[in-house]
Design a protein. Structure first.
Length: 213
């Protein structure tokens, strides 16, 4: 008797499942198609990203190895690499442009820095490094307020680049003969718990040798 009831229940469930699939066949097919399409799209997207990365790598390597032969073309193509917003080669392209003084226009270079800082997906400390480099680039000609505005995201953070930013401001004020402001930034470095050891030592030397009463 129990076996008959179990068989009936099993058949009932099977029939219900069969009816469910027949009734919703169209929706199920659409759902499965969407899943397959999304999966294929993901793999295609990843493959395109991979190929674009390889293309950027090859172009960057070629440009940096041969930049002295055609500086105008090098400048144009490296700018395009920065504008590609790649997490690896866009920063490297900008560093190369700045370090080799290929672009002389301050406004243009700052716009490229902003592309990396504001529009490019980067790890937090890589982005902080770029902010520091922007501050370093601008330290020769920017006003106190503008330079602080650039570096404040580091100065007011616990980034590994915080002490570097503080030291840059200390040096900035020192060479402007604003010694009290300069000393304050060097003292902040010494009082930081996670200050870079080398930067901290340099700040201590500065205070000992250059701010004697």
């Amino acid at each position: 008797m129990d076996e008959d009831i179990s068989t009936i229940n099993t058949n009932t469930r099977n029939e219900k499942m069969k009816n469910f699939f027949i009734k919703n066949r169209k929706n199920i097919i659409i759902f499965l198609s969407i899943i397959i399409l999304l999966t294929l799209s993901y793999f295609v997207y990843e493959e395109i990203k991979k190929r674009n990365k390889i293309k950027l790598a090859n172009e960057f390597n070629s440009l940096t190895l041969n930049y002295s032969t055609n500086k105008i073309e090098t400048e144009s193509k490296l700018i395009k690499i920065v504008e590609a917003k790649d997490s690896t080669y866009s920063p490297l392209a900008l560093y190369f442009l700045v370090d080799n003084k290929i672009i002389s226009n301050q406004l243009q270079i700052n716009k490229l820095f902003d592309i990396l800082i504001e529009d490019t997906k980067l790890e937090k400390e890589i982005k902080n490094l770029i902010i520091y480099k922007k501050g370093l680039f601008n330290s020769d000609f920017e006003t106190e307020n503008n330079l602080l505005q650039i570096l404040n995201p580091l100065i007011n953070s616990e980034s590994i680049w915080q002490s570097h930013a503080l030291y840059l401001m200390g040096e900035y004020f020192f060479y402007k003969n604003e010694f009290q402001k300069s000393k304050q930034f060097f003292e902040k470095i010494i009082n930081l718990k996670n200050s870079n050891p080398i930067i901290k030592l340099d700040a201590q030397k500065r205070i000992t040798s250059d701010f004697k009463k």
